[in-house]
Write a protein that binds this ligand. Structure first.
Ligand SMILES: [Zn+2]
Ligand SMILES: [Zn+2]
Length: 196
């Protein structure tokens, strides 16, 4: 069985044909889908989808792009929502200094709140990090010192140094289709040399 571990089924583009989207995935052999939260305060949309389709599971979190919309989210709130039995992860949270859609200090504060929730629930933290290698490594190292938490560096596009640091701290690393891009030689080297 194949698992799509990172999709965004609640995005409005899918709404007109969600039944067909799920059916096509199922026909293609995808037996489980994890729809990833990007706004805590819109979790009701995600929950409705998880309730409607047996094969869909979900996460709870604030994407770094949206961090400035949800500065008051607490670890308590994340943990309470994570109690729902189809929540299988915290996030996606992290740092995106490529787009800088939210101020960096606000992204960092939100990231740390999500780390605390991952530590308390034991659910894996789905980390989105882009053009923020040093800051990501620093926060992960600092937070790991306060108590372990499971994590995944999702859709990895960062440096070998961050890959090494992640592995040292016990992270899983996911590579996406970016690995097949012509210009992604460095990433292929990381996948070959650092991970293997
Ligand atoms: Zn995502
Ligand atoms: Zn992401």
């Amino acid at each position: 069985m194949l698992v799509d571990s990172h999709c965004h089924l609640e995005f409005p583009e899918f709404a007109p044909e969600l039944d067909q989207v799920i059916a096509r995935a199922t026909d293609a052999g995808i037996g489980r889908m994890v729809t990833i939260s990007t706004r805590v305060r819109q979790f009701d949309k995600i929950k409705a989808i998880a309730e409607r389709y047996d094969e869909v599971f979900c996460t709870i979190g604030t994407h770094p792009h949206n961090a400035s919309e949800e500065t008051d989210v607490t670890a308590d709130e994340l943990c309470a929502i994570a109690d729902y039995d189809k929540v299988v992860g915290i996030g996606e949270a992290g740092l995106d200094f490529h787009y800088d859609n939210s101020p960096r200090d606000i992204q960092a504060a939100s990231f740390r709140v999500h780390i605390e929730a991952a530590r308390r629930t034991g659910l894996p933290l789905i980390i989105h990090t882009r053009s923020a290698d040093d800051a990501t490594a620093e926060i992960l190292e600092d937070e790991m010192g306060k108590g372990a938490f499971p994590m995944l560096l999702h859709c990895f596009s960062s440096s070998a140094a961050l890959a090494r640091k992640g592995i040292e701290l016990g992270a899983y690393i996911s590579f996406s289709g970016i690995l097949t891009f012509k210009a992604a030689n460095e990433l292929r080297q990381i996948a070959k040399r650092v991970i293997a």
